[in-house]
Ligand binder design. Structure first.
Ligand SMILES: NC(=O)c1ccc[n+]([C@@H]2O[C@H](COP(=O)([O-])OP(=O)(O)OC[C@H]3O[C@@H](n4cnc5c(N)ncnc54)[C@H](OP(=O)(O)O)[C@@H]3O)[C@@H](O)[C@H]2O)c1
Length: 261
């Protein structure tokens, strides 16, 4: 049990990767606050699964892109108990070619992904600094923090921005013993890409062919990475990125052995 008596907040924690992270942290004894924005029933279900793992857990609704809602959420939490760990996971993607990006789409992705990460990150960091017990802050980005995907330019820009947000925070918060890192996630089947998978048959298989480890990631893969970055095992790691993407970043298009094949 790595996290006995500890409390973590996971934004967008009720489903997908966020739920996977909540589950792995709870398996290590962490008490959980599950943030959600749209589906209270799903949040309740996730909370009840976490409680079944033997930890305390509850859900709080807040739109991370709205600063007042974020401030109210963090105040509510810290009035009940301190926060040791923050996982900024909430995120959205819009698939559209660069020439067709609308201002609405730009604003939506920047507001939720980047401004949302800043909103929650700053407010929780203020609490951690005031408390003087250090802390762990993790941002779920994507391998798109380094390289863009076609028709996902704005999303990639937001993830790249979060990488720099994490580095800036890491630099300024190190003296307060607060570690700030990102998880650059690879492809994981969740609601975020459900439509694309349905719309483009064979997408899953095609991607498996270019991922060196030959499979999509799972929410458990992401959860285990979060456990490492939230635990004392990573006390000497800050301003860094853990790539959990099956090696897709090292594929330069030459996965076949061009000498032998
Ligand atoms: N799946 C992948 O292949 C993949 C790859 C790389 C990175 N990621 C990143 O992983 C993170 C989680 O994505 P996912 O794949 O698990 O997608 P998902 O299943 O669609 O979940 C998205 C989560 O974000 C929350 N959310 C959206 N807008 C929000 C807002 N304004 N305020 C608070 N919460 C909000 C949702 O909350 P509600 O449930 O309440 O709507 C939901 O829990 C995202 O940051 C995504 O960019 C995903």
């Amino acid at each position: 049990m790595k996290f006995k008596q500890k409390w973590a907040l996971v934004t967008g924690g009720s489903r997908g990767i966020g739920r996977g992270i909540c589950t792995e942290l709870a398996r290590q004894g962490c008490n959980m606050v599950v943030n959600y924005v749209s589906d209270s029933n799903r949040a309740k279900k996730t909370v009840s699964e976490l409680v079944d793992l033997g930890v305390e857990a509850y859900a709080l609704k807040a739109d991370v892109s709205h600063r007042a809602q974020v401030d109210a959420m963090v105040s509510k939490i810290t009035a009940r108990h301190p926060l040791d760990i923050l996982v900024n996971n909430a995120g959205v993607v819009q698939f559209e070619p660069f020439l067709e990006v609308s201002m609405e789409s730009w604003d939506l992705q920047c507001n939720i992904n980047l401004k949302g990460a800043f909103n929650v990150g700053q407010e929780v960091a203020r609490h951690m600094v005031k408390r003087k017990q250090g802390g762990k802050i993790i941002f779920v980005t994507s391998f798109n923090q380094e390289v863009p995907n076609g028709s996902q330019g704005v999303y990639s820009i937001t993830k790249s921005g979060i990488k720099m947000l994490a580095k800036s925070m890491a630099l300024e918060l190190a003296a307060h013993k607060i570690n700030v890192n990102t998880i650059a996630a690879g492809a994981v089947v969740t609601d975020i890409n459900k439509e694309q998978i349905e719309q483009f048959p064979g997408l899953v298989e095609r991607l498996e062919k270019i991922i060196p480890l030959q499979r999509w990631g799972t929410v458990e893969d992401m959860g285990k990475a979060a456990v490492y970055l939230a635990s004392p095992d990573s006390d000497y790691v800050t301003g860094s990125t853990l790539f959990v993407e099956g090696g897709i970043m090292i594929n330069n298009g030459m996965m076949i052995n061009i000498v032998q094949d």
